[in-house]
Design a protein around this ligand. Structure first.
Ligand code: DX5
Ligand code: ZN
Length: 231
């Protein structure tokens, strides 16, 4: 399973061909990807609408990928059981959308999924501080959520750095995911800042073949040397 020494690319299906979702998933798997990112949008928390548990549940039957499900919906606690039933492996809720965040995080774990919390670009890190021991991952939004293909917001690099320190200070092993405007040009800086999981939509799906594109991201990320490899 993923840990803080891993570098993981989680392609966002938002930029895939929705009319061929099953084939897209099969191609990701045969290209050597392990994770896939599902952007669930409700037209209220964000100004766009995508798909929900029925679509994910159907695709679950055809894919062995790790389903990284990012909920951009109001009051996500209402749908935790539905996404568990659909077969999400990780369920990520926005702190801004959930009044009772601890309860929802606990419920996600209780139903056998890995809990994660997403923060919009302007949301302070302090909202997740007390939850870190319970969280598999924190998602740092590096664009305002709702659409693919937007430009990366530069201050998010500093935010990743600060979250990395916060995680270390807490003695937690929470992963840091960055989502929005990630490309082979900025992945190395994000990795150095402490990010572990990189979501990419337009910069991934717009450049097939997927195996080569995956390798381009991984090579650019330049994994941090292990302690035994350091001087
Ligand atoms: C934005 C979504 C992202 C998006 C990323 O609301 O959460 O996952 O699809 O797309 P790119 O990589 O094109 O910014
Ligand atoms: Zn996303």
């Amino acid at each position: 399973m993923a840990n803080r020494n891993s570098v993981i690319l989680s392609p966002s299906l938002l930029s895939s061909d929705f009319s061929r979702l099953g084939e897209e998933l099969a191609q990701l798997e045969s290209a050597g990807l392990d994770w896939v990112h599902w952007d669930v949008m409700d037209g209220s928390f964000v100004p766009n609408i995508t798909f929900g548990p029925p679509v994910i549940g159907q695709c679950r039957k055809r894919s062995g990928l790790f389903f990284d499900v990012h909920l951009m919906i109001d009051d996500p606690g209402r749908y935790v059981a539905a996404f568990a039933e659909a077969g999400a492996d990780l369920l990520c809720v926005h702190a801004e959308a959930e009044t009772h965040l601890e309860r929802t995080v606990s419920e996600i774990a209780r139903l056998g999924m890995r809990p994660a919390v997403a923060l919009n670009p302007h949301t302070p890190l302090s909202v997740v501080e007390y939850l870190l021991p319970q969280l598999h991952m924190v998602l740092i939004m590096s664009v305002n959520p709702g659409f693919g293909g937007q430009s990366f917001i530069p201050f998010c690099i500093d935010k990743v750095r600060k979250l990395d320190l916060m995680i270390q200070r807490a003695g937690a092993d929470t992963l840091i995911q960055v989502d929005g405007g990630v490309t082979p040009d900025n992945i190395a800086e994000l990795r150095r800042a402490g990010a572990d999981v990189f979501v990419s939509g337009s910069a991934f799906f717009g450049h097939p073949p997927y195996a080569e594109r995956h390798q381009a991201f991984m090579a650019a990320a330049a994994p941090v040397p292990q302690p035994s490899e350091r001087e």
